[in-house]
Design a protein around this ligand. Structure first.
Ligand SMILES: *Cc1c(COP(=O)(O)O)cnc(C)c1O
Length: 232
């Protein structure tokens, strides 16, 4: 059986939540298994992982079948024609940022008799290489998606620029502020489920938790043999 660092990283995530005055259960660790095979994902499951992230629909479906007891999160770029597959396997879709995709997610979910949980991806940093809607368009997209019959909007997601922890922290704080702002403008019915902030990866999860993240998406720090983190 392959060995991963899931348990060690999970411990560090909980410690960081406590250090930031938060409840340790308030931050969910999503093990991003996109670079490893289903056997390695299963090893992490045995070490306690219940949530996994994938960015390709075919890998999401294959690994979700291999470890059906876990929650499978879709964190990749959405292509319209792959939406039925994604909806078939995803517990939560983190990367919705187009109204046309929201429509298609709702109709695919309806066909499967499910309500699809989604997060709206916001491009806070403005980097053109990143997906996500503009911060000023997020409220409208949240409200549009909330109104669809088979979609539940659970919060926001972002990716920070890499390389500078304080720049990443500022980006996460902006997403947290945007979430509060939108939360305050939603009907109670929709505000109730609009609680998640998916932010933080291998290099910046500490800053994300400090800024209020409820879900960190960590790949290399768990699965890569060559990942080095001076702070671990
Ligand atoms: C790959 C990926 C991650 C994990 O990144 P690491 O740096 O390996 O921790 C998180 N979120 C998204 C959207 C990704 O594509």
């Amino acid at each position: 059986m392959p060995v991963t660092r899931f348990a060690a990283i999970n411990e560090l995530v909980r410690d960081q939540a406590i250090a930031c005055g938060r409840k340790p259960d308030g931050v969910r660790l999503i093990a991003v298994s996109k670079t490893v095979d289903a056997k390695t994902a299963y090893a992490a499951f045995k070490e306690g992982a219940c949530d996994f992230g994938e960015n390709r629909p075919e890998c999401l479906c294959e690994k979700a079948l291999a470890v059906p007891e876990a929650n499978w999160h879709f964190i990749g770029n959405i292509q319209s024609r792959r939406i039925p597959e994604i909806v078939g396997s995803a517990t939560l879709i983190h990367s919705l940022y187009k109204p046309s995709h929201a429509d298609k997610i709702s109709s695919s979910a309806r066909a499967l008799g499910k309500i699809q949980d989604v997060l709206i991806e916001v491009n806070v940093s403005g980097e053109t290489s990143k997906g996500g809607c503009r911060p000023e368009d997020a409220l409208e997209l949240v409200q549009y998606s909330c109104a669809l019959p088979n979609v539940r909007v659970c919060g926001l997601m972002t990716m920070a620029p890499q390389g500078d922890a304080e720049v990443a922290y500022a980006c996460f704080e902006q997403l947290a502020a945007l979430k509060s702002d939108i939360h305050g403008k939603l009907n109670d019915k929709y505000a109730q489920s609009f609680v998640e902030l998916s932010m933080g990866m291998s290099e910046d999860w500490r800053e994300a938790i400090r800024a209020g993240s409820t879900m960190v998406r960590i790949g290399r720090a768990i699965f890569s043999e060559t990942f080095e983190d001076a702070r671990v």
